[in-house]
Design a protein around this ligand. Structure first.
Ligand code: PMP
Length: 408
């Protein structure tokens, strides 16, 4: 992988922030966009835009082809059985809410269980809390080791024949841990439950094969994988999607309407009421092309190497605590500097042009388990380099000194 050539394709990276070259280490929150994605969206608006699915005119056909072409690309990217298993959504949050509101509310009742983990992003926690409240089902949590790992043995013990839904993140956005979703899916299925996976942090970084995992539902966001904001997808097995009721009603999703009733199209259209995010889907398709040209295995290897390099550099800094597993982790490092609030760390780093995230990362319950109110987080992607991690380590050393503590 030629990182220099890859960086060249990201216009935003070539600027100074606060008098320093930008070092962007916040891709877990949102990645930057390559020229090919920006151009695809621009070209679509300049040449092909019209509404989809109903226009008989040429632009209408071109827009429909572009939109449905993007669905095909996403389906192949995830190895879905057919493009009809891809529902375009606003992102992971909307996709998870769709499964909770449409599928889970109709199958859960008193005595049933929904099993999730304690490391979930609020997007994969609150929808299930709401289902539990509405249906009387119990929300249960996998036990989690000190290093944030969930074992297959613990999953065996937690999932029971009362479990209707298991929903877990593939990669934690705080701990960087990669969960054994394929093994957990097998346990869920043995118990008659469906398996939902939050892929917000996995799809951008690694080869994901929904058929191999045997996920029933798999969700992700385009903006974390070089695509535009406002677009993502829900993968769902066709038989499940077609048995689910829509949660939004209006144009595009209907088959037949009279004054007092209506019927729905087959999936995915029954879940895509109204004019969809056409340009977003086009951009997402271009992002899939971009990532596949580089190769998902290459991306995975590069990001994990950066993460291990950062772990080695940061773990030797006295007074710096890293959360989650050791070197072997996904592309992010969550940490705190002793006696310095993470917001102060992020502010000092920003003054040096280094963008990291500070806060609870939409994981308040996990923060409580870690005994902190907030952490700092540096996250890496295809355009990051070891030099940038050296700059991060130096800046953290200076931050510690700035706040009056010596580092060995
Ligand atoms: N799950 C995880 C693990 C995430 O990291 C995020 C984004 N921070 C989300 C869900 C929500 O994604 P979005 O805001 O794009 O819907």
């Amino acid at each position: 992988m030629n990182i220099h050539a890859i960086r060249e394709q990201f216009p935003i990276l070539h600027q100074e922030v606060n008098g320093h070259p930008l070092v962007y280490l916040d891709s877990a929150a949102s990645s930057q966009k390559p020229r090919s994605v920006i151009d695809a969206v621009k070209r679509y608006y300049e040449l092909d835009h019209a509404n989809v699915h109903r226009g008989v005119h040429t632009l209408g056909s071109r827009a429909t082809d572009a939109y449905e072409g993007a669905r095909e690309k996403v389906a192949k990217f995830l190895n879905a059985f057919t493009p009809e298993e891809i529902v375009f959504t606003r992102g992971t949050t909307t996709a998870l809410n769709l499964v909770a509101s449409s599928y889970a509310r109709s199958v859960c009742g008193e005595g049933d269980e929904i099993v999730i983990s304690k490391m979930e992003h609020h997007a994969n926690l609150i929808p299930w809390q709401q289902v539990a409240k509405a249906t009387g089902a119990t929300l249960k949590f996998f036990p989690m080791g000190e290093d944030g790992r969930i074992t297959v043995e613990d999953a065996e013990r937690t999932i029971t024949s009362n479990t209707k839904v298991v929903s877990i993140t593939h990669v934690s956005n705080v701990l960087g841990v990669v969960n054994p979703v394929k093994e957990i899916a097998a346990i869920a299925h043995r118990n008659g439950a469906v398996m939902v996976v939050d892929g917000a942090q996995s799809v951008p970084h690694m080869r994901v094969d929904v058929q191999d995992i045997d996920a029933d539902f798999y969700t992700f966001s385009g903006h974390k994988m070089c695509g535009p904001t406002g677009i993502g997808a829900l993968y769902g097995k066709k038989s499940l999607l077609n048995g689910m009721e829509p949660i939004e009603f209006g144009g595009e999703m209907i088959d037949f309407v009279d004054l007092h009733d209506a019927t729905w199209k087959e999936a995915p259209y029954r879940f895509e009421g109204g004019t969809p995010m056409i340009a977003g889907a086009v951009g997402l398709g271009a992002a899939v092309d971009f990532l596949q040209d580089i190769g998902m295995d290459n991306i995975d290897r590069h990001v994990k190497q950066l993460s291990a390099y950062a772990y080695d550099k940061l773990s030797v800094l006295e007074g710096l605590r890293i959360y989650g597993p050791g070197r072997d982790r996904a592309g992010l490092i969550t940490f705190n500097l002793e006696d310095v609030h993470p917001h102060d760390v992020a502010t000092v780093l920003d003054s040096k042009g280094i963008a990291i995230r500070a806060g609870h990362h939409c994981c308040q319950p996990l923060m409580r388990l870690l005994n902190v109110s907030a952490t700092a987080r540096a996250s890496f992607y295809i355009y990051n380099t070891e030099d940038e991690i050296d700059l991060l380590a130096d800046a953290l050393l200076q931050t510690k000194e700035f706040f009056g503590h010596a580092i060995g």
